[in-house]
Design a protein around this ligand. Sequence first.
Ligand SMILES: O=C(O)CCC(=O)C(=O)O
Ligand SMILES: [Fe+2]
Length: 406
Amino acid sequence: MAIVDLANAQLQQAAPAATKDDGGHEQESSYDCGACLMKGVRHLSDSGITRLPDRYVLPASDRPSVLAASSTAAGVGGVGRVKLPVVDLAGLRDPSQRAAVLATLDAACREYGFFQVVNHGFGSDVSGGMLDVARRFFELPLAERARHMSADVRAPVRYGTSFNQAKDAVLCWRDFLKLVCQPLREVVPRWPQQPADLRDVATRYATASHALFMEVMAAALEALGIPQQAAAGGSGGVLGELAAAASHMMTVNCYPACPQPELTLGMPPHSDYGLFTFVLQDHVEGLQVMHDGRWLTVDPVPGSFVVNVGDHLEIYSNGRYKSVLHRVRVNSTRPRISVASFHSLPAERVIRPAPELVDEQAGNPRRYMDTDFATFLAYLASADGKNKTFLQSRKLPTPAAAAACL
Ligand SMILES: O=C(O)CCC(=O)C(=O)O
Ligand SMILES: [Fe+2]
């Protein structure tokens, strides 16, 4: 798994922008040809364009200002901004504080589906080094980056643009480098050779990210009350399975300065496919989280990771933890780099609600169907993708909802 795009967008199926819209967009331009656009947005930005090519212009109802302007939420920073709950890993490692930190993590996963991890022990050389080499990768000449362009979504390394460049009716203002990270020793020799230190730096980063994921996953299982020995019939539980084999993919995202950021997005609304995603971002804001029907901008906290619950964890927790929609805004002056690490069980593993969290008699019916990677691929190819998210497509009707339909 973790080999194709592990994010489920509410796909933008709108037709490209009309001949002229309120941004004064005209249809014919040298930058509107399909082949030029596939060179990516870094190329467009470097070429000094002053207006957004039509293929990036979202229909008015999907533009970033909609829903964002007046958002507020209890316990958050300013209007439309959020300081995510903080999970202090140093506290988690201290027996006298562990219960309190677990309670914070549990509440964050239920309410926001997002939290921030601090004091994680990741050396700043590891995370800072990763952001630095990512930035230098996108500064390479286009011809060097383009060596890794591939239509094969299973390739261990893939360079591309937009969200799903082969399918997106409206393109996103993002270029990306995807690196499959497992089995690490086998895939690293396939990763880019330029910049010369990329393989070393990304290997150290991937190793540390996996260790951090295991620690946070152990905490989440404890907070959910799932004993690790019993979780998979006494075979060491999910943690034991993950230690033996996991899926892990890294996406390095580059969002260059955009001439008309109010008309487009860096990433469309989507949820992530796995158990947990760890996002390392530079100091430029852009990530927005859906909370209570409103978009909230996440305040970047230097040295921290933004962690979010993925679809697999929502299913495994039988809906207790939320895999929420998020998206990325861009801006006109400051390029932004982020590195998203997607962690889950191996692709062939069927994900279903943990038996410990299902109890029909106690009013906790099973809420999700069995899910595996083949189901996910079938969903992507199906018409359903236009109408609802993958997660919605896996929901079982609750008894109350089923009764209402009778
Ligand atoms: O760039 C970001 O902050 C988030 C990226 C993201 O959501 C993803 O890669 O799935
Ligand atoms: Fe995401």
